[in-house]
Ligand binder design. Structure first.
Ligand SMILES: [Zn+2]
Length: 489
C-alpha cells in the first residue's frame, strides 16, 4: 500500500500496528488524555490519546457489531489499553464491582492476554458500533521507533473517573481537558501534545461536531486517511516529501512555520499525484490555522528542495525568498534578514547565510520557538555532500558549521532525516565538524605517506567507506583538496 507520500515502506523500521481511543465528552467538549512518562524514549512527557500496540492475543471475539476481523482486533487493543492506562472500561452487558476492575487492571499489567478471558467470564462485550474509526497515523520513516495507529472516536456521556496505575509506570497522569484549553496550554508551551492529538483537537475546536467528525473521517489530502507528518511543536509542521535526493535519504523535509501567517521551507516535491495531495493537505492546514501562506523560503535551489517553489508561489500568490544566485527566487535574501510572521508573540525567522554545500545556502532560525531549520548543512543520519561541481566549497562549509554551532536551538531540523531535540542538534553539528577534520587529517597523512594520485588518495583516506559510496567520496575528496589548495592528477 502506498500513502500520499508514496513512501518506500521498507526504507525505515517496520511500524508496529497499534490502536488508540479518542474519548470525547460533548457537553464540556473534553477529551481524555494520558501523560507519558518523561523517561520514555518515544514521546516522553507528551500528552497522548490512550492506546498502544495490538497484541497477538487481541482476537476481537468480545467485540459486537464489527464484521471486519482486523478492525475488531484493533478495537479490542484500544479498549484494553484504555483500561490499563486510565481504568476506564468501555465494555457492557454485566455489572462489575470497582474492586473486581482494580484486580483485573493489576493482572493485565503482567498478562495482557487475559483481558478477553476476563470479559468472557464476566459476561461483558465491547459495543463495536460505538467506536468510529477515524484517522490512521503512521510515524514517518525517519523515526527510529514507528507505529501504524488506528484511532477510534468514542462519545462518552460523562467525564468518567480516570487515574494512572502505580508509580513510575508508562503513564504518569490522566486528565480530561477541554479541547480549546489543551490547545492554549500547548501554544503557551505548558504541555506537549502528540501530533495526532493536536490534529484532532484543532478540528474539534474549530468546527461544529458533525463537521469535525466528518473531517476526521475524510480529511482532504490524505489517501486512505493515513497521515505521515509530525508537528513536534505548536506551529512547526514537518512533512517528509519523497524527493529525488541522494541516498541513503529518500525524502526532503518540507517545514511549515507559523500560526496565522505561515512560511513554507523547501517544498521539494516533484511528483504530480503527490503534489495534488500535498496541495489539499496544505489548504486544510491553512484553513484550520485560520491563516494564509505568507512566504516560501528556500535553503538553496537544489531540485530536491525547490522543485515545487515556483508552482506553490503562483498558486498562493506569495513570493519565493532565496539567495540572489537561486533561479527560483522572487526576492533575494541577504545575511541576517528577518522575516516576521503574525502571531502572539510574532514569529521571527532569522536568515543566516551558510555557504558550503551550495554558495547560496541559507539556514533559518525561528526565534520564538527556538527552531533551527538547517537544510543541507547537516543530515541525520549521514553526511552532506560537498560537491565542487555543484558549487560546494569545503572551507566555506566548515566556517558555516562553526557559525551555526554557537546557537542553542530547542529543535534542529535537517532537510533529510529526523529532527534533533535539544542538545542533540548542536552535538550533531559538532560531530559533523569533527568528522570533516578527521577526513582532512587522513588526506594529509596519505599525502605525507607518498600518495600522489587522486585514486591512491581515495583508496587510503576513504578506506572505511563502502565502494558503493565512492562516487560521492570522490567529490568530497576533491572538495578537501581544493580547500587545501592541492592539485593531484
Ligand atoms: Zn542540496
Amino acid at each position: 500500500m502506498t500513502s500520499w507520500l508514496n513512501y518506500e515502506r521498507d526504507a525505515g523500521v517496520a511500524p508496529r500496528k497499534a490502536a488508540a481511543v479518542i474519548l470525547f465528552e460533548q457537553t464540556t467538549s473534553s477529551v481524555l488524555l494520558v501523560q507519558r512518562n518523561t523517561s520514555l524514549a518515544f514521546m516522553g512527557g507528551h500528552h497522548a490519546f490512550p492506546g498502544g500496540g495490538i497484541s497477538h492475543a487481541d482476537t476481537g471475539r468480545c467485540v459486537r457489531a464489527v464484521d471486519d476481523g482486523e478492525l475488531a482486533r484493533a478495537v479490542t487493543a484500544a479498549v484494553r489499553e484504555l483500561f490499563e492506562e486510565t481504568g476506564v472500561l468501555l465494555a457492557t452487558g454485566a455489572e462489575v464491582t470497582e474492586q473486581q476492575q482494580a484486580a483485573w487492571r493489576a493482572e493485565l499489567l503482567q498478562q495482557p492476554e487475559v483481558f478477553e478471558v476476563r470479559l468472557d467470564e464476566a459476561g461483558l462485550h465491547i459495543p463495536g458500533d460505538r467506536f468510529v474509526p477515524v484517522s490512521r497515523w503512521v510515524t514517518p520513516t525517519f523515526a527510529p521507533k514507528r507505529f501504524d495507529t488506528q484511532y477510534f472516536l468514542y462519545r462518552s456521556e460523562t467525564l468518567q473517573p480516570a487515574s494512572p496505575i502505580g508509580d513510575d509506570g508508562e503513564i504518569t497522569d490522566t486528565t480530561w481537558l477541554n479541547v480549546c484549553e489543551a490547545l492554549d496550554l500547548r501554544a503557551k508551551d505548558s504541555i506537549q501534545l502528540s501530533t495526532p492529538v493536536a490534529f484532532v483537537l484543532r478540528r474539534l475546536a474549530m468546527l461544529p461536531l458533525h463537521e469535525a467528525l466528518e473531517r476526521l473521517q475524510h480529511t482532504p489530502g490524505f489517501s486512505e486517511l493515513i497521515f505521515e507528518y509530525i508537528e513536534p511543536e505548536h506551529g512547526i509542521h514537518i512533512v517528509p516529501l519523497v524527493s529525488k535526493t541522494l541516498p541513503p535519504a529518500n525524502h526532503t523535509n518540507c517545514v511549515l512555520v507559523g500560526e496565522t501567517e505561515l512560511a513554507i521551507i523547501d517544498p521539494g516535491i516533484d511528483d504530480t499525484v503527490a503534489w495534488k495531495r500535498f496541495e489539499r493537505h496544505l489548504d486544510e492546514i491553512l484553513e484550520m490555522a485560520g491563516g494564509d501562506l505568507y512566504a516560501i523560503l528556500l535553503t538553496h535551489d537544489h531540485f530536491d528542495h525547490s522543485a515545487a517553489a515556483h508552482r506553490l508561489g503562483r498558486r498562493y500568490n506569495v513570493p519565493v525568498y532565496a539567495h540572489a544566485s537561486c533561479r527560483e527566487k522572487d526576492i533575494s535574501l541577504v545575511h541576517d534578514a528577518c522575516i516576521e510572521l503574525a502571531g502572539t508573540p510574532p514569529w521571527r525567522i532569522r536568515c543566516i547565510h551558510t555557504p558550503g554545500h551550495h554558495p547560496g545556502h541559507f539556514t533559518f532560525y525561528e526565534k520564538t520557538t527556538d527552531t533551527l531549520m538547517c537544510g543541507d548543512l547537516i543530515a541525520n543520519p549521514g553526511t552532506v555532500v560537498i560537491d565542487p561541481e555543484c558549487g560546494g566549497d569545503m572551507n566555506a562549509y566548515m566556517r558555516s558549521l562553526e557559525r551555526i554551532a554557537t546557537l542553542t536551538p530547542r529543535m534542529t531540523i535537517p532537510a533529510h532525516g529526523a529532527p534533533l531535540m535539544g542538545h542533540a542538534g548542536p552535538a550533531h553539528i559538532q560531530h559533523t565538524i569533527a568528522h570533516r577534520r578527521m577526513r582532512a587529517a587522513r588526506i594529509r597523512t596519505a599525502l605525507e605517506q607518498g600518495a600522489r594520485t587522486f585514486e591512491s588518495l581515495l583508496e587510503i583516506a576513504y578506506d572505511d567507506t563502502p565502494r558503493s559510496m565512492y562516487p560521492w567520496a570522490r567529490r568530497q575528496l576533491q572538495a578537501h583538496l581544493n580547500a587545501m589548495n592541492i592539485a593531484v592528477s
